[in-house]
Design a protein around this ligand. Structure first.
Ligand code: PLP
Length: 473
């Protein structure tokens, strides 16, 4: 027997299922993400082991369950393991359908893209499929680059934004924290203030070629900024559309987070009667069972860029819609309509906001702001950090660190005391971001708000001490 044939001590699937939470955490920290493993231990999450997840809940080995208000950070609009989406995948797998269609017209890709064309307005009806939000945004920017050419290569973006962590998408994200260590950014990316059409116009005017045409080829923006639930001022997008038309700038709407019903409309741009030139999407596109993303472009743009045989694969990717994943996405869109999940997001979202406002009234020194639209809401806890700084003289920690500890304490207590999963977005440590699945009901909202009310009513010093003890353990 050759040395190559000797099988190393690989874990089998049965052994994987039998790993204790502690063993899994140890392997995770050693071989996957040392940093995240530390974070999980700080929160006490390293002892949590869901064995099954359904709808709004994670079921643990000890028979208890956790209410999930993260919705898989936007991926689970349909809830965990939606039975129709599971069945669609399982049926396809059982009949051994062909997964990779590179050489024949895939009925699955064709049907999914046809269906998408039905839900987007106007001539937004040619689709590119890929794997992640960053890839979708980068693909959209590359398409505009191909059509606009080198004289119009610049891209405008807003200061309050996040479009991904590839070099190109980071270059158009208003996230200094992420850009600090990865500084090889694209030239020609112009930041403008969010919601400020006058400065956008100035940017279009200031960046001109000798013939008067704007050097800016694209403007990328989230119609509703997911982190912080930031909505634009009245009339902003009407003006943006008019400016983009006047200066021949392609308008890219990033719907990676907000797409497929999250904000109570199928896409966030629909709140403003806007028709973008390209729309990017990901997260819940695969119904929580497929890592699928993509963009849709106006027919003319797509054909100009990649309509010829010569240019058909100028921009492409290997994993551009495996059949089983595409089938999940087809079924996921049907489920949104059949179960009226977008309407439910709007209805329950209004109730959630009402309850959060009640909470704000109960904790005026702690909750400084609440916002929400559909199943996208946030709670600002800014003063918790300030209170801690005041309570512990000579603490000597920067406010940002104190904010992180205090928000983490709330998250840890929500899990430890109430078995509620909630999270803080990466760019704003003072926020709790609430992105429950669109299947959420009143009882879930009541349970979440009661849990947060209880945690915010706890003895603050005690809570932080407990957190510090966990840190030391
Ligand atoms: N755009 C928005 C609005 C996002 O929220 C994200 C990720 O959270 C991305 C793009 C990047 O998506 P991905 O992480 O799949 O690359």
């Amino acid at each position: 027997m050759t040395a190559e044939a000797i099988k190393p001590p690989l874990l089998t699937l049965d052994q994987v299922e039998a790993l204790s939470p502690e063993e899994a955490h140890d392997l995770y920290g050693r071989h996957y993400s040392p940093g995240m493993a530390k974070m999980m231990a700080m929160l006490g999450f390293h002892r949590i082991r869901p064995v099954r997840s359904e709808g709004m809940r994670l079921h643990l080995a000890d028979g208890t369950s956790v209410l999930d208000f993260t919705g898989g950070v936007g991926v689970l609009n349909h809830g965990h393991n939606h039975p129709r989406i599971l069945k669609a995948r399982a049926d396809f797998a059982a009949r051994r359908g062909m997964e990779v269609w590179k050489f024949f017209p895939s009925p699955y890709q064709s049907a999914l893209c046809h269906n998408l064309a039905q839900i987007f307005p106007a001539d937004l009806d040619v689709v590119f499929l890929c794997n992640s939000g960053a890839e979708a945004n980068e693909g959209a920017m590359k398409m505009v680059e191909k059509v606009a050419g080198p004289r119009r290569h610049k891209i405008a973006y807003t200061d309050i934004s996040f479009h991904g962590k590839s070099h190109a998408t980071l270059s158009v994200s208003g996230s200094e924290a992420h850009q600090r260590d990865h500084f090889k950014l694209l030239p020609g990316c112009i930041q403008v203030p969010h919601g400020d059409a006058a400065t956008l116009e100035k940017a279009f005017r200031d960046n001109r070629n000798a013939d008067g045409s704007s050097q800016i080829g694209a403007f990328i923006v989230e119609a509703i900024r997911s982190e912080g639930c930031i909505t634009p001022p009245e009339g902003y997008f009407a003006k943006v559309r008019e400016l983009c038309d006047r200066y021949k700038v392609a308008l890219i709407a990033d719907e990676v987070y907000t797409g497929f019903g999250r904000t109570g409309k199928m896409f966030a741009f629909m709140h403003y009667g806007l028709v973008p030139d390209l729309v990017t999407f990901s997260k819940s596109f695969g119904g929580g069972k497929a890592t699928l993303a993509g963009y849709v472009a106006r027919r003319g743009l797509f054909e100009d860029a990649y309509g010829s045989v010569k240019h058909a694969t100028l921009h492409s990717t290997t994993f551009s819609g495996f059949s089983e994943e595409v089938i999940a996405a087809i079924e996921a869109i049907h489920v949104l309509y059949d179960e009226r999940l977008v309407e439910n997001a709007a209805e329950q979202g209004a109730y959630l906001l009402e309850r959060l406002n009640w909470l704000k009234g109960r904790h005026p020194g702690i909750v400084t702001d609440v916002r929400g639209i559909g199943c996208l809401a946030c709670v600002r806890l800014e003063n918790l950090a300030t209170r801690l700084l005041a309570a512990v003289p000579g603490l000597g920690l920067p406010t940002e660190v104190v904010s992180k500890i205090t928000t983490a304490t709330v998250i840890a207590e929500m899990m430890a005391r109430h078995r509620v999963l909630t999270f803080s977005p990466p760019h704003d440590v003072n926020l709790l971001l609430l992105t429950p699945s669109l299947i959420v009901g009143r009882a879930d909202i009541d349970a979440y708000v009661a849990a947060l009310d209880d945690v915010l009513s706890l003895n603050f010093a005690e809570m932080v001490l407990k957190f510090a003890r966990r840190l030391a353990a």
